[in-house]
Design a protein around this ligand. Sequence first.
Ligand SMILES: Cc1cc2nc3c(=O)[nH]c(=O)nc-3n(C[C@H](O)[C@H](O)[C@H](O)COP(=O)(O)O)c2cc1C
Length: 341
Amino acid sequence: MNSASAAQAPAIDTPITRLFGIRYPVLLGGMMWLSDASLVAAAVNAGAMGFITSRSSADVGAFREQLQKCRALTAGKAYGVNLTLSRRQGANDIVSDMLRVALDEGVRHFETAGLPPSPLLPALREAGAVVVHKCAHIRHAVAAERMGVDAVTLVGMEEGGHPGSNPLPTFVNGAFALDRLSIPLALGGGIGHGRQIAAALAMGAAGVVMGSRFTTAAETPAHPAYKQRVVEADEHCSRTVLSTLGDTWRVLDNENARRVARLENEGARSYEAFGEWIRGHRARDYAYAQGLHEEGMLSLGPAAGFSRAVEPFAQTLQALMLQCREALLGAGRLAGGGEAP
Ligand SMILES: Cc1cc2nc3c(=O)[nH]c(=O)nc-3n(C[C@H](O)[C@H](O)[C@H](O)COP(=O)(O)O)c2cc1C
C-alpha cells in the first residue's frame, strides 16, 4: 500500500462484505456496454465488487477474453459477472453459454437480474457460487430467497436502467423489505452520496448497489464527451419511458429519449413500434463510442447528478466511504453514544 492508504476510509463489515470478500459494502451493478474488465477490475481493486455484463460481449470468445483480462487486472482477486435474463423472446439462450464460460474461468460471484434466476441456479449452486439477485418488487426478492440465492438487491424507481414496474422509491422498498427477508439485502436506485450509503446501513441493509454514479469513472469505457455530459447533469437528468409496455426504462433525458416518449404518448405499444430508437447498439455505437450523447437510450438515474468530475473509481469510492462514515458517526451521536464503525 502507498502513503495514500493512511487516509483510506476504514473497512465496513456487513453480511454483504463477508459474502463477497470486499472491504466496503458497495456493489457496482452490471452496466450494459460499460461494465467491462477495466471498470470491474477498478471496482474490485478499490474494495467493492463489480460484475462484468456478459451481454455486452458479442460472443462467448469475446466474453472469455474479458474475464481473462479482469483476472489479470485484479491479480487473482474475486470479481463478478452479471447475468441478465431478458423478457424478449429468444434472447436468453446465450446466457447459459456465458454462465458456463464464467464458471470455467473460475468466476464464483454473480449478479442475476431480469427474470427469476431459477434456470441458472442449479449450475450456480453446483459450482458453489455466491449469487445476489436483483429485482424491483419485494415479492420477487422473497421468491428469490426461497429459490436459494445468497442475497438480494432491491432497486427503487430511481434506478438507472430497468427499475421494473414497481413505482416505489428505494428507501420505501427497503424499509418494507427488511421485515420480509432473512438473507442480506443491498439497496439500490438513486444512491450517489455516502450519506445515502450510511442511511441504507443505518436502516439495516447490508450494502448498496450503484451504477449511475460510476458512469463517469475514469475506467468506464465511454467517450469523454458522454462523460462530460453526465458530469454536467443534475438530479433532473433522467426520465422514464416504456412504462406502458410494462418495461420501464430510466435513461438520460436526451433527444432520443424525448423522441421515444413522444411515440409512447402517440400510442406506440410494442417494441417494434419504437423501432431503431430503443435498440441497445445505438447507445454503444453513438454515445459510448463517439460521444454523441443525444443518441441512444442511455440508462441513467438521478444519482449521476452527484458526479462532478471524471476521476478514478477508487477516488470516488473513498470519498463516498468517508462521507458514509461521517454520516454514521453523526447518527451514532444522535443515538446517544455508541461508536459507529
Ligand atoms: C448505464 C447502465 C446500464 C445498466 N445495465 C444493466 C444491465 O445490463 N443489467 C442489469 O442487471 N442492470 C443494469 N443496470 C442497473 C445497474 O446494475 C444498477 O442496478 C443501477 O445502476 C443502480 O441504480 P443507480 O443507477 O441509481 O445507481 C444499468 C445501469 C446503468 C446506469
